[in-house]
Structure formats: structure tokens, C-alpha cells
Design a protein around this ligand. Structure first.
Ligand code: CO
Length: 139
């Protein structure tokens, strides 16, 4: 697989309403999109930082992975995942990871925020850091 850059860093927050002003007022970023991803039970907010984005994630349901992350983290938010942009297809990358004995959360790419094709690798395979692979299908 060919990874070109860090597409985004996913940060779990307890409240987008509280977190967005921190990034805008203290760091001077501009939130360019807020989007709900229903099948993930999250609401996301995006900021561009060079070629990388910051993705803030707020849970919309207790069954969300973000709600579970915050619960495990003592009720606080924090860095939840890192997403790499793959240039030669997420499906391809998933096949390669599994061929090499790695474990995946998603067996098939699915639709994430911003219309990207995404898939998560299993934290057991990635030394504890949750890794997302993504590609822009319209590129
Ligand atoms: Co993400």
C-alpha cells in the first residue's frame, strides 16, 4: 500500500460546542465543516492544518466508539485515532494488511465523513493506536 500523508487526526471531545471555540479562538483555525455520521453515532467538525485535518468527534449515542473512549478516559476527550491517506485504494490496503497477518475492524471500506472511503485497522495490530485508512474516491 502507498500512504502519502496523515489525512487527519481524530480527537474525541465531550462537546463540539465547547471544543470548536478553543481551536478557532486560541489556535486560529477555522472550522470548515460540521457533519453527522449516523452509522458511527458521531458528529464531526473539521479544521484544515496544512495538508492534514483535525477531526473533532462528539458522540451522539452511548453506543458510539467515541462515548466508550471518553468513558475509558475518565470522562475526558483525547486523541482517538490517526488517519493515513492511501493512494492505491483502501480495499487494496485492507487486503494487504490481512495477507500479512494483520487484523482489521472493517473488512470492506465504508463511507466516512467528507465522502471518503475509510476503514479501521484493529488496535491489536497497530500497537494500541487506532489507525484509519482513507482515500478520496473523487480524486
Ligand atoms: Co477519522
Amino acid at each position: 500500500m502507498q500512504i502519502s500523508h496523515i489525512e487527519h487526526v481524530g480527537i474525541a471531545v465531550t462537546s463540539l460546542e465547547e471544543a470548536i471555540p478553543f481551536y478557532e479562538n486560541l489556535l486560529g483555525f477555522k472550522c470548515f465543516a460540521i457533519e453527522e455520521v449516523e452509522d458511527q453515532h458521531v458528529k464531526t467538525a473539521f479544521f484544515q492544518v496544512g495538508q492534514t485535518k483535525i477531526e473533532l468527534l462528539e458522540a451522539t449515542s452511548p453506543e458510539s466508539a467515541i462515548a466508550k473512549f471518553i468513558e475509558k478516559n475518565g470522562g475526558r476527550g483525547g486523541i482517538q485515532h490517526i488517519a493515513f491517506a492511501v493512494e492505491d485504494g483502501v480495499a487494496n490496503a485492507l487486503a494487504e494488511v490481512q495477507e500479512k497477518g494483520g487484523r482489521v475492524v472493517d473488512k470492506e471500506p465504508r463511507r466516512g465523513a467528507e465522502g471518503l472511503n475509510i476503514a479501521f485497522l484493529h488496535p491489536k495490530t497497530t500497537c494500541g493506536a487506532l489507525v484509519e485508512l482513507c482515500e478520496n474516491p473523487n480524486k
